[in-house]
Design a protein around this ligand. Sequence first.
Ligand SMILES: C[S@@+](CC[C@H](N)C(=O)[O-])C[C@H]1O[C@@H](n2cnc3c(N)ncnc32)[C@H](O)[C@@H]1O
Length: 296
Amino acid sequence: MSAEQAEKWTILKLLEWTTEYFGKSGSDSPRLDAELLLAEARGCQRIELYTAFNEEPDEAVRTAFRELVRRRGEGTPVSQLLGRKEFYSLSFRVSEDTLIPRPETEHLVIEALDEFKRLGQTNDKLQIADIGTGSGIIAICLAKNLPNAHVSAIDISPAALRIAELNAADHKVQDRIDFIESDLLAKLPATQPLDMICSNPPYVSEAEYAELDKSVRDFEPRQALVGGPDGTETIVRLIDEALPRLKPGGRLIFELSPMIADSVTEHLAHVDAAEDVRVIKDLSGHKRIISVARGK
Ligand SMILES: C[S@@+](CC[C@H](N)C(=O)[O-])C[C@H]1O[C@@H](n2cnc3c(N)ncnc32)[C@H](O)[C@@H]1O
């Protein structure tokens, strides 16, 4: 290779250098991160980088990329740098005010949709609530997949609700979702009983939070993660508030940490209104979702 070629910061060279740098700074997916950020700086799809390996990006692209690489090197999650995250095959806006959607939460959406399939087609309007909606992923996926559903999307964070509203508009379901700022169900109007309540509540204990990776602790809202001293407090409150708001036979479906799944199941055994508790495992075989019916 000539000295002139060695000097050239082609796309391939930028990717190789950045991959090595991210690898050393602790990223789990250094090459993917490098490609996503370079595509963002270049304003193209990731796949388009592959046909442009020998191209030298102009100074504006290199400057934008350098800034993204610097922030990623400091630990900022790629999704926050891109302002977007894929969930259930849809693209959602995220910000520092929202949890970054996790793949495990897709199990919750699947379980909720399966439950309606088991109940059979109905033309009746379905009333659903999503408690702790964050970026709105659960509410929006349910509204998109259930055309006769109306969803109340609740969060205690007004900043998260603003992102959820933008996401609902992006996915054209804003007419069937109400956004409500509330501590759990406190401000949800008690007009009619609900068919289903879904929630991915905060469920990390104080001790676990202290041990979380810096990339989570420093960049995602504490309020979205910590569910009280032992992680179960918000869930216990959710169970108390949610079951009475359901139609008889209606279901509360929520995500939780496998670490507290047994204690929450044990708690449910003593809740009079709770019936037919189902525990759903994630792809790693961990207890991840609980579905519980309101007794008839
Ligand atoms: C684990 S995040 C889930 C966000 C989103 N549903 C998801 O699955 O990506 C929990 C959400 O609950 C909200 N939250 C925390 N405590 C709450 C409370 N007491 N009442 C309502 N929302 C709450 C947080 O602001 C956060 O958006």
